[in-house]
Ligand binder design. Sequence first.
Ligand code: UD1
Ligand code: CA
Length: 464
Amino acid sequence: MMNQVVILAGGYGNRMKAAIPKPMLRVLDVPMLGWVIRACEKAGLSRICVVTGYKAQYIELYLGERYRTAYQAEQLGTGHAVMQAEKFIREFEDGNTLVLCGDAPFMDSETILQSLKQHTARENAVTVVTAELSDPKGYGRVLRSQSGIAAIVEEKDATDAQRAVKEVNSGAYWFRTKSLLELLGGLSQSNAQGEFYLTDTIGLAIERGMKASAYRTENTDVILGANTRKDLLHLNEVARQRILDQHMDNGVNFVCTDGVIIGNEVEIGAETTILPGTILKGKTKIGSKCTIGPNCLIENCTIGDQVMLNAVQAYDSVIEDAVKAGPFVHIRPNSHLKNGVKIGDFVEVKNSVVGEQTAIAHLTYVGDSDVGKKVNFGCGTVTVNYDGMTKNRCVIGDNCFIGCNTNLIAPVKLGKGAYTAAGTTVTKDVPEYALAVERADLKLKEGYSKKKLRSKLFPSDDEE
Ligand code: UD1
Ligand code: CA
């Protein structure tokens, strides 16, 4: 017996006015479709088919080879969408098929498994997940009879009395696979939108004497869908607050959560403070006793303990313990800042290793470089890593002292303890403990500016 999933993601989502399929719109940093898939996987369901349609290529690209897709050439409704997956569904007729909407991202593994339990225990042909909402607007309403569920009616097709019903359809259903195939054959387009409604399978099942029931969840978040940008913002707010709550439970400190957005997969240690305007994305991991923010954007970084980042943007990098960086620092991919590194304002580091306790205090670019320990970069140092054709590396040994406005023309190596004089352009390797100085003699022209400045300095003077 095989349990499988069909996720509907073919709709145009015209209320969103989006250039991409609605299920690809993000809640925090993950497309809604990704949230739905994750819930299935967590519930142990890995046989998944996604129905695509509008701008299918975006979904194909996102899924890669991971999952099957079925293409719905014309968007004729949710029932029609499931019909497009018929080949997939038929491959395992023995078992149950879960149908989910790609635009309802908070469906969770618990609801999936609990509703399956009810579905199989009652030997239902179909079980629909429902919830009672104080504001049911936009959802299909669940009509009940004395014996249980009777039908689902879409808002557009509902009478005023039906619209007053607060129990709504989540758009998630378990079907006995054989029954689903039979019911799909019975759908028609006779409704307000001229579509094949999947919701009609409920009434149809009852008409045909099959067993149907509702699994009513108390956790109303799981059914929240996004049809409008306003809905999407609401989902983002719900997700954001839920994640902030989890971090607070873990001992993370927030003094004000304005503009703080933390992705689902981010891990943060206890006693770390996250300050306003900070966005943490992807697989970012932050240690304990750090201060991150204000105004940091961190993506896919591993950050140690007691790190202080202020107005830092960092991507795909490793930042070890006790690093202090900011304000206005850009850490580009593949950088590794080792213990105790200090980075000051207007510094960019890219694809480089920076050794323990090295200081890069101001206005400096370190790209494609291997920097040792306790190096001091003077203000305005540039690793000249690109000659217009190829990128080359700089190697800078331990304890080097780099004078202000030094250009290091890569590939070049400074041996350990080497010094460079301010303003030097280094074009060849510097041996250990040597000083590189490249300067023209300073010429002095006495009294040079006096003539030019006369009118400013001595406005009342006549010509001599
Ligand atoms: C649907 C339900 C409604 C339920 C709500 C829950 C129907 C008729 N109505 O309404 O009862 O309360 O979900 O969120 O099922 N899709 C396709 N192809 C299509 C049409 C839609 O793949 O031809 C996909 C959409 O991309 C979306 C999902 O199906 O992911 C739901 O479609 P949508 O148009 O948003 O349905 P609702 O009006 O929200
Ligand atoms: Ca919807």
